[in-house]
Design a binder for this molecule. Structure first.
Ligand code: 9W1
Length: 475
């Protein structure tokens, strides 16, 4: 007989696809826990002290199996949690069901509408007594954005009537106006009581600095994105796992013996190139930055332009963070059966619209996420994930171990936001905390760390305990 560990606390304050998926979700959560040693170590280390006791925590972050382990970690540290997804497509419905089944309000289902998305964000921000969160765990900045637009819309209601072509802004404006009719101080009260937000992504962090610089930021914020243990896992190690995985799920192509071009040799490019190279592809790198180009040469790759690669390369992976790195004209000149995909900036590295409008081109869907484009002369290329992030479009995001690193940073940031009184600004987590996240993962990896002696610390002029900060050390 199958064991059911569900608690079945019946709550009615949630919106998910299907509560019947809870058992499946619970089984996958239990497997993910084994691969999220940082979060489990934090439950053991901090659980007894309950550092989040009494804290109302709102999350706006992909509702996945990995996020479920984060949610249950926050709860193990004493938090009272409500959750919405930060993306209308990324929800794993079985994860959402398992979390609701344990008694936590979740508002997320895969394929929800944009209207529902903003309603859910608002519902996750609203506790049964009408109060708001003490702290926010944000991914992409949407919860923070909604609070700020709501707040400034209460100061200046005409802001919500300004004409806009942006469908999402329209939807949000309509909802904010409805809320204002019911209570025209809703967002002021909420913002006043919010002690801080921790932001997961580059985009969200960028918005935070803009708001800070304009003097509009309403509560302290922590930039989790730039922790070393977050960004290295997100970019190098995550993409090293998912780049080839996505290409193979989409095409089943043999990578060995092919020539692959990686455009951009930053962290994402480094991880992608390593994975392709480990599969025994011949790897070409394109770069505009001489230092990154030199690094590529020292790693044994050939540095070429996209134009030079056209007669040779079978696989193209963009990882530049820049726009129009592969143009429609490039694609029109590629070898027959070439594969083109993007793992860098979310949607504009490859000229997809221009390819769709290329004279004489025909587009055939092989399956969702794999499209064949045939040119007038009979050559075909394959575009993966319609030019959007291939590891999300054709694979399943990051492995649990990768997310354990970012979410351990999120947990430390939540504790910091709850326990420290800070003035309004955008902060980083101290290097000590970044180091703690690393340490919490080392146990599982059976790493034996060396302790610096007093003699050595005197020699370097750094403390034996405390963060390791030599001048010329970059990760
Ligand atoms: N985040 N749990 C797709 C993921 C979409 C997604 C996105 C992740 C996780 C990058 C976060 C198709 C999970 C998420 C599974 C999946 C992300 C966007 C995670 C990788 C980032 C825009 N961004 N991430 N797991 N979708 O893997 O929370 O399968």
């Amino acid at each position: 007989m199958t064991q059911t560990k569900s608690i079945n606390k019946k709550i009615s304050d949630y919106a998910i696809a299907d509560i019947e998926l809870a058992e499946f979700g619970r089984r996958e959560i239990e497997i993910a826990e084994k691969e999220m040693p940082g979060l489990i170590a934090m439950r053991e280390k901090y659980g007894p002290d309950q550092p989040l006791k009494g804290a109302k925590v709102m999350g706006s972050l992909h509702m996945t199996i990995q996020t479920a382990v984060l949610i249950e970690t926050l709860i193990a540290l004493g938090a009272d949690v409500r959750w919405a997804s930060c993306n209308i497509f990324s929800t794993q419905d079985h994860a959402a069901a398992a979390i609701v089944d344990s008694g936590v309000p979740v508002f997320a289902y895969k394929g929800e509408t944009l209207e529902e998305y903003w309603q859910y964000t608002k519902r996750a921000l609203t506790w049964p007594d009408g109060s708001g969160p003490d702290i926010i765990v944000d991914d992409g900045g949407d919860a923070t954005l909604m609070i700020h637009r709501g707040y400034f819309g209460e100061d200046n209601p005409s802001m919500l009537d300004e004409p806009t072509d942006n469908k999402e802004v329209k939807i949000q404006n309509e909802l904010l106006k409805e809320i204002q009719k019911e209570d025209n101080k809703f967002w002021h009260k909420l913002a006043k009581n919010c002690r801080g937000v921790a932001e997961e992504t580059t985009t969200g962090v960028h918005r935070l600095y803009q708001m800070r610089d304009k003097g509009e930021l309403l509560f302290p914020a922590i930039n989790v994105n730039d922790s070393v243990t977050k960004s290295k896992f997100d970019n190098i190690y995550g993409c090293r796992e998912s780049c080839v995985d996505a290409i193979k799920r989409a095409t089943d192509v043999m990578v060995a013996g092919k020539t692959a071009m990686v455009c951009g040799f930053g962290d994402v490019g480094k991880g992608s190139a390593q994975a392709l190279s480990a599969h025994r592809a011949k790897v070409l790198i394109s770069e505009i930055d001489p230092i990154c180009a030199l690094q590529a040469c020292m790693a044994g790759y050939t540095v070429r332009t996209v134009e030079e690669a056209l007669p040779e390369a079978d696989i193209y992976v963009t990882a530049s963070g820049n726009c129009d790195v592969i143009t429609a004209e490039h694609m029109s000149k590629m070898k027959d059966q070439a594969i083109v995909c993007n793992i860098g900036h979310f949607d504009n590295e490859i000229q997809v619209d221009q390819l769709n409008n290329w004279p004489g081109v025909t587009k055939t869907e092989i399956k969702p996420g794999t499209h064949q484009y045939t040119f007038e002369d009979g050559r075909s290329i394959y575009l993966l994930a319609e030019g959007r992030l291939v590891n999300l479009g054709c694979a399943t995001g990051h492995p649990s171990f990768v997310m354990s690193n970012s979410f351990s940073n999120q947990t430390l940031a939540a504790i910091d936001n709850w326990q420290k009184d800070k003035k309004v600004d955008v902060y980083h987590l101290d290097k000590e905390l970044d180091e703690e996240v690393a340490r919490l993962h080392l146990g599982k990896l059976d790493a034996h760390l060396t302790k610096m002696t007093k003699h050595q610390s005197d020699y370097l002029g750094v403390p034996v305990e405390g963060p390791y900060k030599p001048e010329h050390y970059r990760y």
